[in-house]
Design a protein around this ligand. Sequence first.
Ligand SMILES: *[C@@H]1O[C@H](CO)[C@@H](O)[C@H](O)[C@H]1NC(C)=O
Ligand SMILES: *[C@@H]1O[C@H](CO)[C@@H](O)[C@H](O)[C@H]1NC(C)=O
Ligand SMILES: *[C@@H]1O[C@H](CO)[C@@H](O)[C@H](O)[C@H]1NC(C)=O
Ligand SMILES: *[C@@H]1O[C@H](CO)[C@@H](O)[C@H](O)[C@H]1NC(C)=O
Ligand SMILES: *[C@@H]1O[C@H](CO)[C@@H](O)[C@H](O)[C@H]1NC(C)=O
Length: 438
Amino acid sequence: MAGVGTLMVDWDRWPLHQKRGNHAFVKLFLFVFLLGFSFRVIFFFFSDSFASLPLSQPADVKDGRESLRDSQPVEDGVALEHRVEDSQKDKCDLFKGEWISNPSGPAYTNESCLFIESPQNCMKNGRPDTGYLYWRWKPYGCEVPQFDAKKFLDVMKDKSWAMIGDSILRNHVQSLICLLVKVEVPIEVYHDKMFRSRRWHFSAHNFTLSVIWSPFLVKAENFDHENGASSSIIDLHLDILDEKWISQYQNFNYILISGGPWFLRPAIYWENNKIIGCHSCQDKNNLSEISMEYSFRKALQLVFNFFAVSDHKPFILYRTYPVAHFENAEWNRGGTCNRTVPYKEGEFMGTDLEHLMRNVELDEFKNAAVNVARLKLLDTYKLSLLRPDGHSGPYRTFHPFDNKNNSVTIQNDCLHWCLPGPIDSWNELVMELVLNRS
Ligand SMILES: *[C@@H]1O[C@H](CO)[C@@H](O)[C@H](O)[C@H]1NC(C)=O
Ligand SMILES: *[C@@H]1O[C@H](CO)[C@@H](O)[C@H](O)[C@H]1NC(C)=O
Ligand SMILES: *[C@@H]1O[C@H](CO)[C@@H](O)[C@H](O)[C@H]1NC(C)=O
Ligand SMILES: *[C@@H]1O[C@H](CO)[C@@H](O)[C@H](O)[C@H]1NC(C)=O
Ligand SMILES: *[C@@H]1O[C@H](CO)[C@@H](O)[C@H](O)[C@H]1NC(C)=O
């Protein structure tokens, strides 16, 4: 795509929804789309790290470029706009930009940070290429300052942070700790049985950092099985928030929260203590099908409304939907993510499914931003799209190719990220949003 560097595809909104006058078409399209989905969506649980986040894609979507090309509504609605260099810093959109070469490399290594969990420790696990470590995110028209651990910890003195959501948040919190350890090494003061919720204390700064495992944000039953497998279907209460995080809400000065892929799973939906329907149940219980778009929207509305009405007003960042980069095949059929350099802008657009879910959260965020003080969007979606080279891939396990047994298919993780890696940039954006743009 010649000249794509100066063009920007505007996908802030799913183009379908912009056609407000065309509701019947939208409904029909969504109906067909979701009906097709419910039979094709597949889930997997095969390791602790992976079990913490389900992946699914329609079987006919191999990667985002194809899905975008094949999808008539998107093609019709995609608007190309000329990129405008913003000269004023306050106008600069932190989330529009490019990955540029960064010869100085990452701020830490697997040797200097001992907090990297094994599935993220690509260096230790034998990933041979290192080029993916030498890039940094550069918004058009401004710079994101390097992460300054001392400044961050000084500002966070006597404060408490919580990262609330699924395993991508755990990936993110490890990155934050690794960036902070050169100034102070924290002590772990709490972990749950499965090490999914954890809390660390940086005593010299009296800074508390928590990660809270709450992948639905609302009350969910029958989902958190220790062996990773479950015969019973998830029960999701769309009008009750997850006690796990709201019980601690008063303690937090800063919250980074996200919903996401767990809403794709088959689940029975409850409201008012009554079953209202089911998602992807294949009629087992004679329940009417309800889309995950509905449940995701309801959950986010409940969360944002809670923020709006609570007296306690922490600083809140909402992080957008994660990006998966499986290519060549689906995630469960040997799909890989073995690229070693970032995409150029416009080379990869993500999947229809991601756009659908992203539009739900952008809608709800916009509605909430009116009512919730100190709420900001951490829009990592587009910048993450460009980093197919940053995932753990096969290096989620130790030296995966050492045993040359071809009968074993190597499972790639093209959703979580190597550390160090691209999501270290997320923390630079967090720091900028919290310290300089609040
Ligand atoms: C770090 O990674 C290197 C390979 O890049 C490996 O030799 C070393 O053992 C690892 N160290 C730790 C502490 O993980
Ligand atoms: C540490 O911070 C907490 C709030 O996060 C505060 O309640 C406590 O008093 C602080 N402790 C000291 C010793 O300052
Ligand atoms: C489901 O509905 C059909 C038709 O309405 C009925 O014949 C069947 O008994 C129902 N099954 C269950 C498990 O309720
Ligand atoms: C990436 O994986 C695909 C499919 O497994 C393979 O054909 C290709 O050669 C691989 N590329 C690299 C650079 O290893
Ligand atoms: C290859 O792996 C399979 C499945 O794990 C195992 O049954 C078989 O014995 C292995 N063969 C060799 C030569 O290691």
